[in-house]
Design a protein. Structure first.
Length: 135
């Protein structure tokens, strides 16, 4: 089972770091995952950098996933269904995020680390633990 692709909602608070990696804030964050005829649907909202709601449509072969259009473009690689390394571009905001995530063995939570860039300049980072609630 690919724990990162289960239908449900990951939610919690992320600690926010500025471009100098100084802790500045904590922000609520939510990632809702659904399955559709087109593949995996994800809706993210919150955090400090691309806080407005974003609907992301993905296709996956179980090892990799890629977006299929919309305001977010990018790919990610999966490892064992529990870990993900992603590079996503938020086109409206002109931001890029490099993220790493890993799900606990029991699937109840995941650790998230996101580094955010505009062009080649880091604008900040956010990290935390999100809890899972099945759909």
């Amino acid at each position: 089972e690919i724990l990162l692709h289960r239908s449900g909602c990951w939610q919690g608070e992320l600690s926010v770091l500025d471009d100098q990696m100084s802790l500045t804030d904590r922000q609520p964050y939510e990632e809702r995952v659904t399955w559709t005829a087109e593949g995996i649907g994800a809706r993210t909202v919150g955090g400090a950098f691309a806080a407005e709601p974003h609907a992301i449509q993905l296709r996956s072969d179980g090892w990799h996933a890629r977006t299929t259009g919309g305001s977010v473009a990018g790919t990610y690689s999966l490892s064992g269904g529990r870990a993900r390394i992603a590079e996503l571009h938020y086109l409206r905001e002109e931001l890029r995020v490099c993220s790493r995530e890993v799900v606990s063995n029991d699937g109840k939570c995941k650790a998230v680390m996101q580094n955010w860039y505009r062009g080649g300049t880091r604008v900040g980072a956010q990290f935390g633990v999100l809890r899972f609630e099945a759909a």
